[in-house]
Design a protein around this ligand. Structure first.
Ligand code: NI
Length: 396
């Protein structure tokens, strides 16, 4: 397809993409509960006459465009929202209290539906297959892992995969990413400090888990400041601490939870080992006991294949114009796109949805807002990337 055709066909359906996004935005659904969103995706693919499989990883949907055979490349979007109460002043605000598309996954799904429509219009030009992956549960649920385990990268075998994430830190009309490690490996931490409760006026008759737990929180920070090479990256954040129900009672336990980040999976396991040793030792020294677990999934780092980033960069530049695509440094956020790039080459990039006239609150903020002008550009980038990738893996 010509760039001018991709641009004009994407622009022609801009309002259609915006409407899809706003419908999804009004009805946010949390991880593995994206039933209505999944239905909207399925109904749209049905209207477009695109064959699809549903109920993968509970709510996931995979559409197929092209001849159904080799070679095959994939585009991926995530569909889940966050447990945040929306405070953005938009007239399509979330209609569900306490739930919000504060990470832009509504935009990701809408941009990929736009790409589905443009690609379907040009299906005769596709020699091979383009797989459209709509996955659940990116926000800590490792939906990407479950999709992979349920075979979305097989039949036909996906050679390369591409994904976009919105960011209001970049203006509309730009894109950024890098080769190699883009996003961090992550793990969650849970520490249960067990003491022996009693009257707050007689601490000597108790074993206080709150004082011990507080020491653990402070001491864990020295793992980053004193044990990690200053030129390497690592984060330990204890974000939840709970204990007690009364001012005059020393509680029997204190629970601490948080997250660990590193740019490598080895870094995560080293930090996990030290978190366990430090927490258990401090507990012992204070007559308590610490039960340390790392619940949930350890996300691998998101590592972009060098060739796929080259391809994404040039495909995006053809759409956005020269100088509108930039290299960025790695960031410590995590992303379950990593479960795909762990096994096949791929590239994850950030697309600008910022507008200098709008305040940039950032993703996961109750006032997070996007400039929707970016949506049809995202669609065009998806389409051009898929065509160029198929060309690259021998589909033409
Ligand atoms: Ni996100």
């Amino acid at each position: 397809m010509q760039i001018s055709e991709i641009l004009s066909q994407s622009k022609d359906i801009h309002q259609w993409i915006v409407d899809k996004r706003r419908t999804i935005h009004r009805h946010p659904e949390l991880m593995y509960e994206e039933f209505e969103t999944s239905k909207l995706v399925q109904n749209t693919l049905k209207e477009l006459d695109i064959p699809y499989e549903k109920d993968i990883a509970i709510t996931g949907v995979v559409g197929l465009i092209g001849n159904g055979g080799d070679p095959c490349v994939a585009l991926r979007a995530d569909m889940d929202a966050l447990p945040i109460h929306e405070e953005a002043d938009v007239d399509f605000r979330s209609e569900i209290d306490g739930k919000m598309h504060a990470c832009g996954h509504d935009c990701h799904t809408a941009m990929l539906l736009g790409a589905a429509r443009v690609l379907k219009q040009n299906e005769q030009a596709i020699d091979g297959t383009i797989k459209l992956i709509f996955q659940p549960a990116e926000e800590g649920g490792a939906g990407g892992k479950m999709m992979r385990e349920q075979g979305v990268l097989e039949n036909p075998k996906v050679r390369q995969i591409f994904g976009l994430h919105v960011t209001d830190k970049l203006p509309v009309g730009t894109l950024a990413s890098k080769e190699g490690t883009l996003l961090a490996a992550t793990s969650s931490i849970k520490i249960l400090v067990k003491g022996n409760g009693g009257h707050a006026a007689m601490p000597h008759l108790t074993v206080d888990p709150v004082v011990t737990g507080s020491k653990i929180v402070v001491e864990l920070q020295t793992l980053i400041s004193r044990e990690l090479d200053p030129l390497e990256s690592g984060v330990i954040s204890i974000t939840m601490a709970s204990a007690g129900t009364a001012t005059n009672v020393i509680p029997p336990t204190m629970e601490l939870q948080g997250t660990i980040r590193s740019l490598t999976s080895e870094g995560i396991s080293q930090l996990q080992n030290r978190v366990r040793e430090v927490a258990e030792s401090i507990a012992l020294a204070n007559r308590c006991e610490a039960e340390v677990t790392f619940p949930g999934n350890d996300f691998p780092p998101t590592v972009n294949d060098a060739g796929c980033w080259d391809l994404s960069k040039s495909a995006s530049e053809e759409i956005l114009g020269h100088g509108m695509v930039e290299e960025m440094g790695p960031i410590m956020g995590g992303e379950d796109f990593s479960y795909y790039t762990e096994v096949i080459p791929g590239c994850f990039s950030f697309i600008g949805v910022g507008n200098p006239e709008m305040e940039a609150y950032g993703v996961h903020h109750p006032k997070f807002k996007v400039d929707e002008d970016a949506l049809s550009l995202g669609t065009a980038i998806h389409v051009n990337t898929a065509f160029n990738a198929l060309k690259g893996v021998g589909g033409f």
